[in-house]
Design a protein around this ligand. Sequence first.
Ligand code: GAL
Length: 431
Amino acid sequence: MRVNSRLTATLAGVAILGLGLSACGGDSDDTGSADGSGGGDASEVEVFTWWAAGSEKAGLDALVSVFNEQHPDTEFVNGAVAGGAGSAAKDLLQSRLQTNDPPDTFQAHAGAELQDYIDAGQVEDVSDLYDEFGLTDAFPQDLIDRLTVDGKIYSIPSNIHRANVVWANPTVLEDAGLDPAATYDSMDDWFTALDAVKDSGKTALSVATTWTQVNLLETVLLSDLGAEGYSGLWDGSTDWTGDDVTGALEDFEKLMSYTNTDRDGLDWPDATQQIIDGQAGFNVMGDWAEAAFEEAGKTAPADYVYFPVPGTDGTFDFLADSFTLPVGAPHPGGAKAWLETVGSPEGQAAFNKAKGSIPANTNADTSDFSDYQQTAIESFGSDTIVSSLAHGAAVPVATLNAVSDATSKFTTGASDLATYQSELASAVSGS
Ligand code: GAL
């Protein structure tokens, strides 16, 4: 994996936004800075994530086992809150932070989401830990740029995920008369295949609750607008009210017509399970789904196949998780120990192998990673990189919440397409 200079270019808008807002960032020297000079209470560490079950918990468990080897005297306390993409965790975290009850460390997406916490003065500068742990040159510079404000780095990244992947059941496709090895160049090509699966009596496209629909939406926008047009949605250079966005929303509406009707009561593992069980043909999901297939004992390409969302080949829809040291963490020494394991090549190899993602630390050994993960490593090194909407890279949490509300209204029939488009335009321009 090599540093991808295009990441810097495409994400520059977010970085500039962050720099402009950074003046109110907190610098609380009195709350147990993890600068190596004192460390603070290391008896335990409460780790707040949304990796509460299934393959996500398996990923966390893999990281915890390296942590227990590296830091046997610090007790790991699991503060995970269920709900994919942090759909429940982020609200709870915010109320804990606002009532001065922070966990010792929490999961935050690199980019605009982390920026929120920095701007609110809720996370400490951990730049010194990069030197202390020997991490300064371990991560792609572009990723570090997304964790940095005014020269200070505010978290340690654990992984890099790709959000624009289709997962499919080859038997369902064959039964519908399709070639399971086929890929599709555009949404229109894909609609023909979706029709075939629908006609065969199966769900053509499985999806789950609102955030997974937003994940689907972002990939349709990416497909129809292209990487540049899509990135322009976040820096103001693409007009949200334009005809090309209308066309993408029409495609999104059409895609939603192929989906399972029980979708709003499901989370992402349920939609992936429909592919595993042969109830559905296709699913769009970030590559944490790879870990769910593996955990279910499935092998590609016999049991499942994957390819970039039609029309997005050559583009890597990027997101990264990272871990923070919250201001006022009760066990800063424990947090520091956790951050050391998160950043280490051993921690990254164990965690990412189990999580379906690729290591952020370029020194991690990926030789035994799955075939899918090898494709992700290669794509990250050569593709155009764009920021995920649904996973905190492109927009702040408040904007994502407004996009999610508008999407839920639209997909439950409470608004029409014109209203949806104008609500999306206001959601993003308000950010
Ligand atoms: C993302 C997160 C991933 C994965 C996914 C589904 O936001 O970055 O690590 O957990 O949600 O919950």
